[in-house]
Design a protein around this ligand. Structure first.
Ligand code: HEC
Length: 190
């Protein structure tokens, strides 16, 4: 028994030393342009999937497919998500093409995430990806509106319709007044 314990401890110490040596060696490539190997991909995908699924049970999905949500959801989506995820007729910005993992394009996707999963992801974000968590800045009602818009409305919109919504709902919120007040707020913090 004593021999087994000594062997286990020695193995763990050797592994810890090798692991630390690997970190210090600089061999790991942190470039966004180098894809993960198969094992790392499996580890990340499985960890993410299991982690999110185990956190969904307390989420109460409200009535969705609600047209009242769509306009509010659109305004947030167009302001905060389109640069990474794109929209009908709008490609993600150049910045998003250099991200790894690449943000999925929802309006082209066949397999949309479920509403509770989408809500959780938008609220919390996903560690070690560029997906931000909007929980600190947006209440649950707004996050459901965004979820409803991109799952149930955006996928059915044509590029022309999306452009018409930008004209109708989004351009008016970018008045010079609102821009200058944003600048002032940032300046106040300094
Ligand atoms: C800076 C880029 C960026 C922004 C901005 C961003 N996302 Fe993401 N998002 C990502 C990335 C990258 C992923 C993929 C993460 C992964 O593969 O684990 C992702 C994943 C997601 C997923 C999960 C998709 C799936 O199929 O599992 C949802 C839902 C999502 N984002 C919604 C949003 C919404 C809604 C907004 C705006 C409120 C937003 N994202 C803003 C980068 C971004």
């Amino acid at each position: 028994m004593k021999k087994i314990i000594v062997t286990v401890i020695t193995t763990l110490v050797v592994l810890a030393v090798l692991f630390t040596a690997y970190i210090y060696s600089g061999m790991y490539d942190v470039s966004q342009l180098t894809p993960h190997n198969g094992l790392t991909k499996w580890m990340i995908r499985t960890t993410k999937h299991k982690s999110i699924n185990s956190r969904l049970k307390d989420i109460q999905v409200p009535a969705l497919n609600d047209t009242a949500n769509f306009v509010e959801g659109f305004e947030h989506y167009n302001e905060m998500c389109v640069m990474c995820h794109g929209a009908p007729g709008i490609e993600p910005m150049e910045m998003a093409k250099g991200l790894y993992p690449r943000p999925p394009k929802f309006y082209k996707a066949d397999d949309q995430p479920d509403p509770d999963e989408s809500f959780w992801i938008i609220k919390n974000g996903i560690k070690m990806t560029s997906m931000p968590g909007y929980g600190p800045t947006h209440d649950d009602k707004k996050i459901w509106a965004i979820t409803d818009f991109f799952l149930n409305k955006m996928s059915k919109m044509t590029p022309e319709e999306y452009q018409a919504w930008i004209k109708k709902y989004s351009e008016k919120s970018e008045t010079p007044e609102s821009k200058s007040s944003e600048v002032k707020e940032e300046g106040d913090k300094d």
